[in-house]
Design a protein around this ligand. Structure first.
Ligand code: UDP
Length: 470
C-alpha cells in the first residue's frame, strides 16, 4: 500500500466553513499528506488560487468535484453556497440540497480512495458513508471548544426550559466558569423544536459514532474546556489551530474567501498612514444583513467616537447618514463587499475589531492580538462572546440581546455602541485588554510552531491515522 496518507476534506458550502477547511488541507499537505477537497463546481474558484500556489511549492492538494442539486430543489443555477441565499424561502431548499449529497459523496470516495474523511458537522450521514469504505470520519464543527461545551450543557441540563422569561439570565451548568446566558440568546432550534432540531440531534449522534473531532483552536486558549470536552463529554478531539496562520504572506491573506472588493495595496496604504492601534475594524462576517435603522445607529456611533475605522458593509447597503462618507474621508474607510480581513487584523494600525463573534473572526482576532467589541447575532456567536468578554477578557460587549438570523426587534443604541468602542480603543480597560490580547497572540503563534500544542496534536493525529491504515 502507498505509505502516503490521503485525507479527503468535505466542507459545508459557506465561507465560514470553507476558509478553515482550506487551512486544514494546507497544513495536512505541509506535513507530506495528499489532501483532496471535495466541493461543487461553483465553489471551485474559492479554492483554486490558494491550491495553485501551494501546488507550485510542491504540496499535494487537489479538488474533487460533485454536482450540487440546485435545480432539483428549486434553487437558481449556481446557487451552491450559503452566501448566495438571499430570501428566507431559499433556506429550506438549500438544506434539502445538502441532504441529497450523500450518494454523490459515496461516488467521490469510490473514485479517490482516501484513508480518512474530514467532513463538516453539517453532513451527519458522512460517518456512515466513511464506514462503508472502511475509513475513519473526523468531524469538523468550525466552532470553539467552549461553544461545544455550552451546547452539551444545554442539551444535558435543559436549564433554559424552566425559566419564567426569555430575558432571565440562567447559569450554563457544569462548565469550568460561571457563564450566564438568557433564553433570548439561544438558537431558535434549542429554544423550541423546529425543522433544525432533528438535524442537530443527528449531528450529535454522528459525532459520537465518528473517529473524533478536529477543532480550529489551540490548547492554551481554552484548556479547561478542552479537558471538559475530552473527560466529561468524552470526545476524542484534536486542536490544530489557529488555522489562519497558514496564510503567511500578503497574497495568502488576500486570496482567501471571496474576491476582495478593495485593492490590497490601497488598503495597506490607508492603514500605513495611521498610528499603531488607532483603527477599529468592523465586520459582521459573511452572512448577516443589518436593518437600515441599525446601520444608522452604528454609523452615528462611529462618527461620535472620533475613532479611525474600516467598515465592511454589504454591496447593497444604502443607508449612510447624509454626508457621512464625505465627513469621514481620511478617518473612515468603507469597504463594500469582501474585505481582506486577516491582512487588516494583522496590520499594526488595527487596534480593535467590532465583530459578530463568528468563530473564525474571533480566532483571527486572537491570532492577531486585537481586542474586540463584541456584537453577536446568531449561530453560536453569543457563546463566543462570553468566552471573549468573561473568560479571556479581551473584549467589551455592545449589549446584543437577541438571537436571530433575520431582522432584530431590539435595536442596539448609538450610545451603547459608542461606549463599547471608546472603552476598547482608548480606555484604561482597553489598554489592559490590548496587553492580554498580545499575550494570547504570542501563545497562538507558539502553539503552531514546532513542538507547540497544535503542532503536537496534529502530529499525534497523523501518527494515529498511520497506525490504523497499516
Ligand atoms: N471574511 C473576510 N472578509 C469579509 C468577511 C469575512 O475575509 O469581508 C472572512 C473572515 O476572515 C472569516 C470568515 O470570512 O475567516 C467568516 O467566518 P466567521 O466564522 O467569522 O463568520 P460567518 O461568516 O461564518 O458568520
Amino acid at each position: 500500500m502507498d505509505s502516503q496518507l490521503h485525507i479527503a476534506l468535505f466542507p459545508f458550502m459557506a465561507y465560514g466553513h470553507m476558509i478553515p477547511t482550506m487551512g486544514m488541507a494546507r497544513i495536512f499537505a505541509r506535513q507530506g499528506l495528499k489532501a483532496t477537497i471535495i466541493t461543487t463546481p461553483s465553489n471551485v474558484p474559492f479554492f483554486s488560487k490558494a491550491i495553485e500556489r501551494d501546488r507550485q511549492l510542491g504540496f499535494e492538494i487537489f479538488i474533487q468535484l460533485m454536482n450540487f442539486p440546485s435545480a432539483e430543489v428549486g434553487l437558481p443555477e449556481g446557487c451552491e453556497n450559503a452566501s448566495s441565499i438571499n430570501t428566507p424561502e431559499m433556506i429550506p431548499k438549500f438544506y434539502k440540497a445538502i441532504s441529497l449529497l450523500q450518494n454523490p459523496l459515496e461516488n467521490v470516495l469510490k473514485d479517490c480512495h482516501p484513508n480518512c474523511l474530514v467532513a463538516d458537522m453539517m453532513f451527519p450521514w458522512a460517518t456512515d458513508v466513511a464506514s462503508k469504505f472502511g475509513i475513519p470520519r473526523l468531524v469538523f464543527h468550525g466552532i470553539s471548544t467552549f461553544a461545544l461545551c455550552v451546547f452539551d450543557s444545554l442539551r444535558r441540563y435543559k436549564t433554559h426550559k424552566s425559566l419564567a422569561s426569555d430575558f432571565d439570565p440562567f447559569t450554563v451548568l457544569g462548565l469550568p466558569n460561571q457563564i450566564k446566558l438568557t433564553r433570548l440568546q439561544l438558537p431558535d432550534y434549542i429554544r423550541e423544536k423546529n425543522e433544525l432540531t432533528e438535524h442537530k440531534d443527528q449531528i450529535i449522534q454522528s459525532e459520537v459514532k465518528s473517529y473524533g473531532v478536529l477543532i480550529n483552536s489551540f490548547y492554551e486558549l481554552e484548556p479547561a474546556y478542552l479537558e471538559h470536552y475530552r473527560r466529561v463529554i468524552g470526545r476524542k478531539a484534536w486542536l490544530i489551530g489557529p488555522l489562519s496562520f497558514c496564510n503567511r504572506d500578503t497574497e495568502d491573506k488576500v486570496q482567501r474567501g471571496d474576491k476582495t472588493s478593495i485593492d490590497e495595496h490601497e488598503c495597506l496604504k490607508w492603514l500605513d498612514l495611521k498610528k499603531p492601534n488607532s483603527v477599529l475594524y468592523i465586520c459582521f462576517g459573511s452572512m448577516f444583513n443589518f436593518s437600515c435603522p441599525q446601520l444608522l445607529e452604528l454609523a452615528r456611533a462611529l462618527e461620535a467616537s472620533g475613532q479611525n475605522f474600516i467598515w465592511v458593509v454589504k454591496k447593497e447597503d444604502k443607508f449612510l447618514p447624509e454626508g457621512f462618507e464625505k465627513r469621514m474621508e481620511g478617518k473612515g474607510l468603507i469597504i463594500r463587499g469582501w474585505a481582506p480581513q486577516v491582512l487588516i487584523l494583522d496590520h499594526e494600525a488595527t487596534g480593535g475589531f467590532m465583530t459578530h463573534c463568528g468563530w473564525n473572526s474571533t480566532l483571527e482576532a486572537v491570532a492577531a492580538g486585537v481586542p474586540m467589541v463584541t456584537w453577536p447575532l446568531y449561530a453560536e456567536q453569543f457563546f463566543n462572546e462570553k468566552l471573549v468578554t468573561e473568560v479571556l477578557k479581551v473584549g467589551i460587549s455592545v449589549g446584543s440581546q437577541e438571537w436571530s438570523r433575520h431582522e432584530k426587534k431590539i435595536l442596539i443604541r448609538m450610545e451603547d455602541i459608542e461606549k463599547a468602542v471608546t472603552l476598547v480603543m482608548v480606555g484604561e480597560e482597553g489598554e489592559v485588554m490590548k496587553n492580554r490580547a498580545k499575550e494570547l497572540k504570542e501563545m497562538a503563534r507558539k502553539a503552531v510552531e514546532d513542538g507547540g500544542s497544535s503542532f503536537s496534536d496534529l502530529n499525534a493525529l497523523l501518527e494515529e491515522l498511520k497506525v490504523i491504515n497499516v
